[in-house]
Design a protein around this ligand. Structure first.
Ligand SMILES: [Zn+2]
Length: 340
């Protein structure tokens, strides 16, 4: 079968590998249809943490597909059913797993597509407990955005930042895969959305998604604009994933008692911050990584209800590297999906 493997820094090769054996007890075999590209793939592509990873590794950390066959004891999933997969090999037994806090599993065996072989291959065997059904009417391409992009945003906004209807939120990089999802999810519950973009074409598209205030961070200081537009009060929530380049500006955008939630550090991993500002302003800062399986189910339900992802491009699996280069250079508006 076909598989796309990473052999080293920027060395992706589409080749033939042995197909998996029939699914074992409690497993299903999935025919993969669409793979969502994410920044975690860019980290891998750039060679991050190679020392701790096996190579070559099949890339692709979020995907959709259909059940090809089921192993012994699997009754909840049937051949032909459309599904998405949870891409972290959780133990299913620890307290966090039992309580549905899957992304805090104490015995996690690695992330597929990064530490372990991922989804950019025709067939994959998975424990049935990590496979979730896709509702009717949601395409493979859209569903492929649920396990990471939508799931992460759902987890950040509603589990971590506890965003409420009517609140105000600053969404950084409104043209990114998660930025577009955050704008749409926040607007869907009636929030006032501020967002930052890097060019005027993206500004128009962000307004088209419903963003109320769009700031071009290349021509204006975003923190000054947010403070001016909120009459110096600030916003309730900041959705961060840019990192060092925006961190202190993001804190300046928060109102007293405001919440900042972050899942990325594209512009740099280290920064300094004013601790007096942190405690006097009573900020709440939460790190977020991945999501719970329930967040994926909620995301798919939102898609079925019409809150569909913005797709920048759907490309063949052979063009995966070109897709990663687009993400890396920020020349995207929405998600890049590879099909196979
Ligand atoms: Zn666990």
């Amino acid at each position: 079968m076909k598989a796309l493997q990473l052999f080293g820094d920027r060395d992706l090769r589409l080749g033939e590998v042995e197909p998996p054996p029939p699914p074992g007890p409690g497993e299903v075999q999935i025919r993969v249809r669409a793979v969502g590209l994410n920044h975690i793939d860019v980290w891998g592509f750039r060679g991050m943490a190679f020392a701790r990873r096996k190579l070559p590794v099949v890339v692709g950390a979020e995907a959709s597909g259909e059940i090809a066959s089921v192993g012994q004891g699997v009754s909840a999933l049937v051949p032909g059913q459309r599904v998405v997969m949870y891409g972290a090999m959780t133990c299913g037994r620890c307290r966090a797993c039992r309580e549905g806090r899957d992304n805090l599993c104490e015995e996690v065996g690695g992330i597929m597509g990064f530490h372990l072989d991922g989804f950019s291959r025709e067939f994959v065997n998975m424990p049935a407990r990590l496979v979730l059904p896709v509702p009717d009417g949601v395409s493979f391409e859209d569903a492929a955005c649920a396990p990471i992009a939508y799931g992460t945003v759902q987890h950040m906004l509603f589990d971590n930042a506890r965003l409420e209807p009517g609140e105000s939120i600053l969404v950084h990089a409104g043209g990114s895969g998660i930025g577009t999802a955050a704008i749409r999810m926040a607007k869907a519950i009636g929030c006032t959305v501020f967002t930052t973009v890097g060019d005027d074409a993206k500004a128009d598209r962000a307004r088209g998604l419903g963003a109320d205030h769009v700031i071009n961070y290349r021509s204006e200081r975003f923190e000054g604009e947010v403070r001016r537009l909120t009459k110096r009060r600030g916003v309730d929530v900041v959705f961060e994933h840019v990192g060092a380049g925006t961190w202190n500006g993001s804190l300046l955008c928060l109102k007293r008692g405001g919440r900042l939630v972050t899942c990325g550090s594209t512009s740099g991993v280290s920064t300094s911050m004013n601790l007096m500002q942190l405690f006097q302003q009573q900020y709440r800062i939460t790190g977020s990584f991945g999501c719970r399986m329930a967040n994926i189910t909620d995301s798919l339900a939102k898609m079925a209800g019409g809150l569909t992802p913005v797709l920048d491009e759907v490309l063949p699996i052979a063009d995966f590297a070109r897709g990663l280069e687009k993400l890396e250079s920020r020349r995207v508006f929405g998600k890049v999906i590879a099909t196979l």
